[in-house]
Design a protein around this ligand. Sequence first.
Ligand SMILES: Nc1nc(=O)c2c([nH]1)NC[C@@H]1CN(c3ccc(C(=O)N[C@@H](CCC(=O)O)C(=O)O)cc3)CN21
Ligand SMILES: CC(C)C(=O)C(=O)O
Ligand SMILES: [Mg+2]
Length: 326
Amino acid sequence: MSCSSTLGLSRLASSAAVRGRGQQRRWMSVRPKEEGDNSIQKTEKVTIHTLQTMRAAKVPISMLTAYDYPTGLSCSSNPAIDVTLVGDSLAQVCLGYKSTTQLTLDEMIHHARAVARGTTHPLLVADMPFGSYHGSLDDAVNNAVRMVRESQIEAVKLEGGDEIVDLVHRLTSAGIPVMAHVGLLPQRHVSFSGYKVQGKSVASAKAMVKTSKLLEQAGAFSMVVEAVPKELGRYITENVTIPTIGIGAGPWTNGQVLVWDDAMGTWLGHKAKFVRRFANLQTAREIGVQSYASAVKDGSFPDPQRESYTIDKAEFARFLEAMEKE
Ligand SMILES: Nc1nc(=O)c2c([nH]1)NC[C@@H]1CN(c3ccc(C(=O)N[C@@H](CCC(=O)O)C(=O)O)cc3)CN21
Ligand SMILES: CC(C)C(=O)C(=O)O
Ligand SMILES: [Mg+2]
C-alpha cells in the first residue's frame, strides 16, 4: 500500500497531490482499504488534531460557514472542506437581523442541529452567540454544554481577548474544544464604531499578539483572525503554535474562512474587501424563480402527461355515474 492509512497523513498526501497538479481533484482519501479491496472509503473525519497536523505540514485549512441542513450537506460534499462553522453571521445572512447581537442561544442551537444532520467528515464548530458567554463563568459553561449536547457540535468559537481567557481554560478543561476569534469582533461592532480593520497601529497590533498567545496558553486549539493587515496575519501565525484561520487576514494564515453567502453569491448586501464570490447562486435562483413563475402563468406547468397523476378510465366513468345519482 503506497497510501498511508492514518487520517492526517492521508489528507496531507492528497493535498500535496492536488496542488502539485495545479487543479482540484478528488483526494487520495478515497482509496482501497486493503490490498485487493477496491471498495470506496469515505473521507476521514477531521479532528482538532488533523488541523494541527495540517498546520505543521503547511497544508491550508479550508473552513466554510453553514446555517442549515442543505448548506451543511454542501460543505460535506467535498473532501477538501476541513471545517464547517455555524457562524453567528447566521443572524444577518440567514435570519435577516441587522447584526449578530440579535441572535439568541436557542436560535443558534436550532440551526446548528440542522447543520449537524448534514455534516459528515468536516470538524463541526459553532459560534457562541452574543450574550451567552459574558455573564458568569458557570452560565457560560452551561451554555456551551447546551450547544454541544443539543446540537452535536464538536467545538465552540468565542470572540474576544483577555476577558475570555478564564472561560477558554474552563471549557477546554471540561473537554469542550475552543476556537478563539481575534481581530475584528463583529459582536462588538457598536463599541468598535463599525466593522473596521483591526491592528493597524503599534499598540493594537501588540495587544492582539499578546492576546493571541494568552488564548493559546488557555487551551484554544485554533484561532480565527478577522480583518487585520496581512503582515499581522502572518506575524500572529508565526508567533503562536495553533492553527490560525484567517478572514481578511491575508494569505499567510494556516487556513481561510468565508461566509457561505458571500462565497456563493447569495448575500447581496455589503461586500467586504476580503470577500471573493466563487459562485453566483443568487442569479441561478432568480432565473429558477422566473422560469417557474412564467411556466405557471403560461400554463405550461405542470405537463398533463409527465407531471400529473391519472385514474383508470373505467373507474373515473363509474365515479361520474355515482356522482350523478346523488
Ligand atoms: N455577509 C457577511 N459576511 C461576513 O463576513 C460577516 C457577516 N456577514 N456578518 C457578521 C460578520 C460581520 N463581518 C464584517 C462586516 C463588514 C466588514 C467590512 O465592511 N469591513 C470593511 C473594513 C473597513 C475598514 O476598516 O477600512 C471593508 O471594507 O472590508 C467586515 C466584516 C464579518 N461577518
Ligand atoms: C466569518 C466567521 C469567522 C464567523 O465568525 C461567522 O460567520 O460568524
Ligand atoms: Mg461569528
